[in-house]
Write a protein that binds this ligand. Structure first.
Ligand SMILES: NC(=O)c1ccc[n+]([C@@H]2O[C@H](COP(=O)([O-])OP(=O)(O)OC[C@H]3O[C@@H](n4cnc5c(N)ncnc54)[C@H](OP(=O)(O)O)[C@@H]3O)[C@@H](O)[C@H]2O)c1
Length: 326
């Protein structure tokens, strides 16, 4: 099968299209013919091994041979393992893997897949998993969102942010989205009743108070983030779009600081590490089927142009999701 792989850590251009063996499937796995995959910051971080911590899981000096990057996918079931129940050959599915979706075929554990809603294209379905899962679990499980709360989403126009604004609105919160001038209208259209243009105003200096801050950007210290938070409010640390390149820990540094500070203050500071699972995927699929959640797709690239797609996401200004099609 054709698959993207890389032999040394570096910029997206180190990715090369190769002929690799089709992946083996375990008893609980499903072999999916990929029709679309989406690109996350997670992907360029793996390709570049940035932060350096990434090397611990995929190779200290260079990526282990034959590794394929890519997490999110949508496609058609081609084969199922002996213990797979509920999915059959020919089913259209979406979900995610730890690595491997930037290929014609990928083996996926059945509990990381769900049936694709019929009204959704493969491109839309491929754009859901990591971003929407993170937004959902960040707001609901870590942030314990409740109706009537004031919720601020920093980085509201990106992959996670566009889902988070919609989901927080759906949970009955009053949502403020932080984005740049060109994205104000988009973020309002997703349900935010208030927006902050980060090119003109720093939301941490505002008088307004929030019960929950979902931070995708990491461009403020914890002290700054706590200022606009209610005394019992919660900060959910999602990511570090603004974190320095080439460091050992990257966005994990803020997460560790949060864990150290949280026990000693009245406010809660928690990091989210998304956990893919088919229960949440089915919950998200149901919302999309009802028209209550819509993926925002910025750009679609053909499979052959994957390095350009990864490069675009790496620049940090995607509006919603970037998808590749096969
Ligand atoms: N913890 C987890 O489990 C988990 C899971 C998924 C993702 N993440 C992390 O979460 C972060 C966000 O992911 P993503 O997929 O949403 O990224 P993304 O799609 O690449 O985000 C791009 C968006 O961020 C906006 N942005 C850039 N700088 C900003 C700033 N200073 N203030 C406000 N918005 C800004 C950009 O808007 P402009 O063009 O207007 O600047 C753009 O729309 C990443 O660091 C990612 O690695 C963590």
């Amino acid at each position: 099968m054709k698959a993207w792989s890389w032999d040394r850590y570096g910029p997206p251009e180190v990715l090369a299209l190769k002929d690799l063996d089709e992946p083996d499937i375990g008893r609980d796995d499903v072999l999916v013919r990929v029709r679309a995959a989406s690109v996350n910051p997670y992907d360029w971080r793996h390709v570049a091994a940035d932060p350096k911590l990434v090397r611990l899981s995929i190779g200290l000096r260079r990526p282990r041979p034959g590794l394929v990057p890519g997490a999110d996918l949508a496609g058609v079931v081609e084969r199922v393992g002996d213990d797979v129940t509920g999915l059959r050959v020919g089913d259209e599915v979406f979900g995610e893997v730890r690595l491997g979706s930037f290929a014609e075929k990928v083996a996926v554990p059945q509990n990381r897949l769900a049936v694709k809603p019929t009204g959704l294209t493969f491109e839309q379905a491929a754009s859901v998993s990591m971003s929407a899962h993170t937004a959902l679990q960040g707001l609901r499980d870590v942030g314990r969102i409740a109706a009537g709360q004031r919720v601020l989403v920093n980085g509201a126009s990106g992959g996670v942010g566009t889902f988070a604004v919609q989901l927080a609105t759906m949970f009955g919160a009053e949502v403020t989205g932080v984005c740049s001038t060109r994205n104000l209208e988009l973020v309002r259209s997703l349900g935010a009743s208030d927006t902050v243009d980060y090119t003109r105003e720093d939301f941490t200096a505002r008088a307004r108070r929030y019960d929950l801050i979902l931070d995708n950007v990491g461009n403020h210290s914890l002290g700054q983030l706590r200022r606009p938070l209610t005394p019992r409010g919660t900060i959910v640390i999602v990511g570090g779009l603004a974190s320095a390149r080439g460091s050992l820990l990257g966005p994990a540094a803020q997460m560790i600081r949060g864990a150290l500070v949280s026990p000693f203050i009245s406010q809660r500071v928690h990091a989210i590490s998304w956990k893919p699972n088919s229960t949440d995927l089915r919950f998200l699929a149901d919302l999309m089927e009802k028209g209550e959640l819509t993926p925002v797709i910025d750009r679609t690239y053909p499979f052959d142009e994957l390095p350009q797609a990864v490069r675009y996401v790496e620049q940090g200004h995607a509006r919603g999701k970037v998808v590749i099609t096969l």
